[in-house]
Design a protein around this ligand. Structure first.
Ligand code: NAD
Length: 251
């Protein structure tokens, strides 16, 4: 399905990012995953069947740009980018500290934006090459939004705002990049069983499951499989979409 494609996944050391790296590699792509810690990134790359694991903090625009350019140079091109790195910290309105706003927005919003910008530059360079691939997809980008970015969530105002922004990065970038043959979509997971949601009490998990028609929490693989579809040529006429992967959860 993804034979011959070169893919980059940010925040790929665990959870949805790791499952996505594994799914893309399993479908035949050459995958580079990144993590904030180099040793963890290398370990995760080996576990996922990825080609390499590199250190990257997505809040650092220059580092993102340098890394993405380096990956495209090393592998001759860049076809797929999954901007997955993200953080979530809950706080009721009255408890929101400025530091929480800064870290959440710089990681989720600016980090995603840096990644999409760098991906677009690398993919457009490939499109402009005289290789004759005009008309075929020059690249596919997926960003990680969230169900709470679409509907809001008590105690998650900052995170929900950041994920609404992420969804609109996808919608806007899709409009800008479509004529260059680059597709940009977002996935909006519901409650997925990862380290990010490990702080949920059993009561809160049960409550979410109760509101989910499919009657369970999501797995990282549920999200990874949808991302694998969105970056594949099977999704060649899909762009600017925010795909819910939530078992039908109604918040
Ligand atoms: P996770 O905490 O298990 O993994 C997040 C990854 O992002 C980690 O590898 C972490 O090191 C990395 N990361 C965080 N900040 C970074 C930074 N500044 N630079 C580089 N990497 C950084 O979380 P997850 O559940 O796998 O979530 C992955 C994405 O999916 C996130 O964007 C999250 O907001 C989103 N999401 C998750 C859920 C869920 O229920 N788990 C729901 C909706 C959306």
């Amino acid at each position: 399905m993804l034979d011959g494609k070169v893919a980059l996944v940010t925040g790929g050391t665990r959870g949805i990012g790791l499952a996505t790296a594994r799914a893309l590699a399993g479908a035949g792509a050459t995958v580079v995953l990144t993590g904030r810690d180099e040793a963890k990134a290398k370990e995760a790359a080996a576990a996922a069947g990825a080609a390499s694991g590199l250190a990257l903090d997505v809040t650092d625009a220059k580092a993102v740009s340098t890394l993405v350019r380096g990956v495209a140079k090393e592998h001759g091109k860049l076809d797929i980018v999954v901007a997955n790195a993200g953080i979530m910290e809950d706080a009721l309105l009255g408890m929101i500290r400025e530091e929480l706003v800064d870290t959440t927005l710089s990681t989720n919003v600016a980090g995603t934006l840096h990644t999409v910008q760098a991906a677009a530059r690398a993919m457009m360079r490939k499109k402009a090459s005289p290789a004759g691939d005009r008309g075929t997809s020059a690249g596919a980008i997926v960003v990680l939004a969230s169900i709470v970015g679409e509907h809001g969530s008590a105690g998650q105002t900052v995170y929900a705002a950041s994920k609404a922004a992420v969804a609109n990065i996808a919608r806007s970038a899709a409009k800008e990049l479509g004529r260059s043959g680059i597709r940009v979509n977002a996935v909006a997971p519901g409650v997925i069983d990862t380290d990010l949601t490990s702080g949920l009490t059993e009561e809160a998990k049960a409550e979410n499951i109760g509101k989910t028609p499919l009657g369970r929490l999501g797995t990282p693989e549920d999200v990874a499989n949808a991302i694998r579809f969105l970056v594949s040529d099977d999704a060649s006429f899909i762009t600017g979409q925010v795909l819910g992967i939530d078992g039908g959860l109604v918040l």
